[in-house]
Design a protein around this ligand. Structure first.
Ligand code: GRF
Length: 197
């Protein structure tokens, strides 16, 4: 059984899609051991608890400096003996020590077709604003391994999504989630559970 830790900062719809896929049997051989958030108000924590999954918050605001936060975060992650860490809308930079220790065992979902609309400062709605501003006709989502860079690790899966006339960043964000993110993130987890990657 692949033990997964899901790291979140917000609403947790991607977390929900993973839980739903496990429940329906679309993902087999994997279980969520813990959900970790940096944000105490993240609805994702509630989604996890409603599902009987352990949910933990470690807020950087409770620490005197980033180093102390990073150490506690890594200690917490280590406690769960995870095989895979899934960043599902986690808005905190992963500490270098964690990347080193869990190399090729941390994956992230990004709401664009990398290498477009990614990198430092390009997250959340900003990604879709940038895509609309540039006038692309196709966008999408990417699941990739996490390395020391920002959105620069090896790509696992991508799925394209059409941009439609009249799209706002919010409408496009929702379509990218529904048509791409909620599909390719569970699929990537299944591929890893099956040893295909
Ligand atoms: C998603 O768009 C994801 O691609 C990005 O952050 C958002 C998280 O949404 N990294 P949710 O919390 O899973 O609803």
């Amino acid at each position: 059984m692949l033990r997964i830790g899901v790291m979140v900062s917000g609403g947790g719809t991607n977390l929900q899609s993973i839980m739903d896929n496990i429940d329906s049997g679309a993902i087999t051989g994997a279980e969520i051991a813990v959900v970790i958030s940096n944000n105490p108000g993240a609805y994702a924590l509630e989604r996890a608890r409603n599902h009987g999954i352990e949910a933990v918050c470690i807020s950087p605001k409770s620490f005197s400096d980033r180093e102390a936060f990073n150490e506690t975060l890594l200690e917490k992650v280590n406690e769960y003996h995870l095989d895979l860490i899934v960043l599902a809308g986690f808005l905190v930079r992963i500490p270098p020590k964690m990347i080193e220790k869990y190399r090729n065992r941390i994956i992230n979902i990004h709401p664009s077709l990398i290498p477009s609309f990614c990198g430092v400062g390009c997250y959340g709605l900003k990604v879709h604003e940038a895509a609309l501003k540039r006038g692309v006709k196709v966008t999408g989502a990417t699941v990739h391994f996490v390395d020391e860079g920002m959105d620069s690790g090896p790509i696992i899966l991508q799925k394209a999504v059409e941009v439609k006339p009249g799209d706002t960043p919010e409408i496009l964000q929702r379509r990218v989630m529904e048509e791409a993110e909620w599909k390719i993130l569970p699929k990537a987890i299944q591929m890893i559970a099956d040893g295909e990657i």
